[in-house]
Write a protein that binds this ligand. Structure first.
Ligand SMILES: Cc1cc2nc3c(=O)[nH]c(=O)nc-3n(C[C@H](O)[C@H](O)[C@H](O)COP(=O)(O)OP(=O)(O)OC[C@H]3O[C@@H](n4cnc5c(N)ncnc54)[C@H](O)[C@@H]3O)c2cc1C
Length: 345
């Protein structure tokens, strides 16, 4: 198929970390890229913890709210375990905007407020129009429209609620993770500092109202004396906890990030994997365009399964076990095998 007959070489659904990294990578190589973003601006609901790794460029200073050096994990009896980590808490809207602007500077076009609504042979439909492309990348998050168009199963997901609070007492450069089935059944509560007296305080669970659990956590938990402040922002959101989807690529369409189930099923962390996958997807899309052969996209699925398959499968096993720990006694006993910072993990 002659790509010059298409409006774009690649159309990407979603201007989150996965979508913007694909867009920047492919546009930088001189190809015509369109990003369709459902919302008028970017930034999915998130706590914004990112690990410093060699795979991704560190975030711009301006979007960093706190450096993080320690993860403190509390068991139900409030005994805790400190683990040295190296990362940041970022402001998600600013972080995502930064990535989208980088993609734009590389030559990608972004249509805001334009959700992808359908994919017909050779044509992508979105609110307000349609356009053709040789390749389509679904980076449209946990409830991916692209994945449902591909006929893939719905993902298992966790639901989260988070407040940004001021006038409270977080721990300096420490992300606090609290396990307690009274406040976060099947999940955990978190406190991520964003300043000396401010933090993102949240709860992620499998069923129920995360907002009610969060209110209860702030009101009644053993750390509530440090959380007696003002709520300046409130968000709710979801993330996939079922591991990689059964298929990441079909024909000329691939999936990256949460749309492909790349968030860790226990920790819920998905930004690093979304960016890693975005990078790999971008490079493989370039190869496919160079050789004018969409079959090359199959390499993406292989590479991702090689890199992320085992760790996500292992974490999925841990999640299954975590969900059987229905009370604090069981959680207290089994948590060290289930949470990544313990040596028994
Ligand atoms: C409360 C909460 C806290 C979290 N905290 C952390 C954390 O601290 N660290 C971490 O690593 N991960 C965290 N996560 C997970 C993390 O947010 C995701 O794993 C990450 O955002 C995945 O990136 P993505 O680019 O795949 O998807 P997203 O960031 O979700 O981006 C998808 C984009 O697609 C857009 N979109 C959706 N549908 C369409 C459509 N039909 N057409 C076009 N665009 C569409 C959305 O508007 C969005 O901009 C958290 C999640 C939640 C809910």
């Amino acid at each position: 198929m002659d790509i010059s007959l298409k409006d774009y070489d690649v159309i990407i659904a979603g201007a989150g970390p996965a979508g913007s990294v694909i867009a920047a990578t492919v546009a930088q190589a001189g190809y015509r890229v369109l990003v369709l973003e459902k919302n008028a601006s970017c930034g999915s609901p998130c706590a914004g913890y990112i690990s410093k790794t060699i795979n991704i460029e560190p975030p711009d200073e301006s979007v960093i709210q706190s450096e993080i050096r320690t993860m403190r994990t509390y068991l139900p009896d409030l005994s805790f375990h400190d683990f040295h980590i190296n990362g940041f808490v970022v402001d998600r809207p600013s972080f995502d905007t930064d990535l989208a602007m980088k993609a734009k500077a590389c030559g990608a076009e972004i249509k805001w407020g334009s959700p992808l609504t359908g994919i017909a042979p050779g044509v992508v439909e979105f609110r307000g129009g349609r356009a053709s492309s040789k390749i389509v990348a679904g980076a449209d998050g946990v409830f991916s429209r692209t994945a449902s168009i591909l006929g893939l199963k719905k993902q298992k997901f966790a639901v989260c609620a988070q407040y940004h609070m001021k006038g409270i007492r977080p721990l300096f450069q420490t992300s606090e993770i609290l396990f307690n089935s009274d406040y976060a059944p099947g999940g955990y509560a978190w406190i991520y500092p964003t300043g000396e007296d401010s933090a993102k305080v949240g709860v992620g669970i499998i069923t129920g109202s995360p907002r009610s659990y969060l209110d209860r956590f702030i009101r009644e938990s053993p750390v509530s004396d440090r959380l007696n402040g003002k709520i300046t922002e409130s968000i709710t959101g979801a993330l996939p906890v079922g591991g990689l989807r059964e298929k990441l690529c079909r024909g000329n369409i691939l999936l990256a990030g949460d749309s492909a189930g790349m968030a860790d099923p226990v920790t819920g962390a998905g930004i690093n994997n979304a960016m890693l996958a975005g990078n790999i997807a971008g490079k493989i899309i370039i190869e496919a365009l160079k050789s004018d052969d969409v079959a090359v996209l199959g390499r993406y699925e292989n590479q991702i399964r090689r890199l992320l398959g085992k760790p996500l499968e292992r974490s999925l096993e841990k999640r299954k076990k975590l969900e059987t720990c229905r009370n604090n006694e069981l959680l207290q006993k089994h948590l060290p095998e289930l949470w990544v910072t313990f040596k028994q993990y």
